[in-house]
Write a protein that binds this ligand. Structure first.
Ligand SMILES: [Mn+2]
Length: 462
């Protein structure tokens, strides 16, 4: 955990931002997998972790913004539980580590809240994403569960986003611990990928390298010779000579900060000429976007820069034609690059996405486009020092999309469908790193993971 003072500062800052009201932060519970006593791996709620730090189920935090009182509700284990769990520290001891001296049993939560609210003060809580918590909030607030999220506080979400968006040095250090594990994951993958193996055989080794560091994945591994399927979580394909594998994965630091890296790896250990050309274009797009990142620059413009490099590269390869700038403005490049450049990253791999993606990535100066491709850009607003974001352009050949656009004659002034037809079974290439915005520029986080054609081929050969 961070120091008690750190959690106190975060809560104090939040109280100042909100001014008045009672703030409710439900932590997560154990989630049954197939019967109540057999739960999924426990993951604490990220905002609870941010303000209350305790990585255990069954807790609720309350902050009184008016008078500054703070408390955590939770039950200590009874002797019957200790038989199964072994002795555990008392809630009071754990709360002390995050600077809270007032702990109470769960049975007092409703009564305490009602006492607080009797003088007509607002109860503020964030949007919730787990049904058991939604039901609990409904019960505590006397509303139907279906209205719980509509009644969540945008004011609180904005305040939390403003704090969590700016990473302190010690948070960046956590992210880099997760990135150390990523380094190991890609080292493992590049060593083991070879023709004749199934994807799951290598994927399993990658996952083992995470577990062996007492970490967990920050999201399910994408590992596929069908990289053109953007979030492909199946690993059943046999890898063959000439295939390329997209691996998009991340781990968690001890305090649950995420990493999120993508590399594209040739199964034979070497890229073909054609793969190399596309790879170099994606890499150039990523480097061009990273190069311009600094405070005051719109991430939207970094995205458009990457799109421009992709369109220019595909034009020189002969898959696109016309002026790349015009093509990007029209959205023609989105046939190949149909997603956004990246997203914020922190305690959540898509940081704070559950609080409202538009509040995280857009503001009064930048509104979300409805153009195909650009509409999926999660972070568009002006970059600020302390932001940590992913930069992950890609080029994909999605047969269904190619056929649809070709049939519609869409953007035929910018796309050479005859040439594109020769790439139908190419798959996809994506390259992703995690970048910190500094006071004057940016820093690519973590120990470098093989990224150029030569580096990737070298790691594959070792
Ligand atoms: Mn990502």
């Amino acid at each position: 955990m961070f120091s008690p003072e750190r959690y106190q500062e975060r809560r104090e800052q939040l109280r100042k931002l909100i001014g008045s009201g009672v703030l409710l932060f439900p932590g997560n519970n154990e989630m049954p997998m197939n019967y109540p006593a057999n739960p999924y791996h426990f993951r604490q709620d990220s905002s609870f972790l941010y303000y209350f730090g305790i990585d255990e189920p069954g807790l609720t935090g309350i902050i009184d913004a008016d008078n500054g009182s703070e408390m955590i509700f939770g039950d200590d284990v009874a002797i019957e539980d200790i038989i199964w769990t072994g002795p555990l520290p008392l809630l009071a001891d754990k709360a002390e580590k995050v600077g809270i001296s007032d702990t109470r049993p769960v049975s007092e939560l409703k009564k305490t809240l009602q006492g607080y609210l009797s003088d007509d003060r607002p109860l503020l809580y964030l949007p919730q994403y787990r049904q058991d918590i939604i039901n609990m909030v409904a019960e505590l607030t006397g509303q139907d569960y279906s209205s719980v999220n509509q009644s969540s506080s945008e004011e609180l979400a904005r305040a939390v986003i403003s704090q969590r968006s700016i990473k302190s040095d010690e948070e960046v250090a956590e992210i880099e611990k997760a990135l150390d594990i990523s380094w190991e994951m890609y080292r493992t993958a590049m060593r083991h990928i070879k023709a004749g193996l199934h994807e799951y055989e290598v994927c399993g080794k990658v996952q083992a390298s995470v577990l062996a560091r007492d970490s967990h994945l920050s999201f399910p591994i994408i590992f596929s010779v069908h990289g053109e399927t953007l979030h492909n979580h199946s690993h059943v394909n046999m890898m063959e000579e000439g295939d390329i594998v997209i691996m998009d994965s991340g781990a968690e630091s001890p305090l649950h900060y995420a990493s999120d890296i993508t590399r594209t790896i040739p199964v034979s250990g070497e890229f073909t000429r054609r793969q190399k050309d596309i790879y170099e274009t994606v890499l150039q797009a990523q480097l061009d976007a990273i190069e311009m990142m600094k405070p005051g620059v719109l991430n939207l413009d970094c995205h458009l820069k990457a799109a421009h490099t992709i369109a220019a590269g595909l034009t020189s390869i002969g898959l696109m034609k016309g002026d790349p700038g015009d093509a990007v403005e029209a959205g023609a490049h989105a046939l190949f690059f149909p997603h956004g450049l990246g997203h914020m990253m922190g305690l959540d791999v898509h940081d704070m996405e559950g609080l409202n993606e538009d509040l995280v990535g857009y503001d009064e100066n930048v509104t979300r486009s409805d153009q195909f491709g650009l509409a999926y850009l999660r972070l568009a607003r002006e970059l600020e020092p302390g932001f940590v974001l992913t930069v992950e352009p890609g080029i994909y050949f999605i047969p269904e999309l190619i056929d649809r656009w070709k049939d519609e004659g869409k953007f035929s002034e910018f796309i050479d469908y005859h040439e594109v037809g020769k790439y139908r079974t190419f798959g996809g290439i994506r390259i992703e790193d995690d970048v910190l915005i500094t006071a004057s520029g940016h820093r690519v986080l973590g120990k470098p993971i093989a990224k150029t054609v030569d580096e990737v081929q070298k790691w594959c050969s070792e």
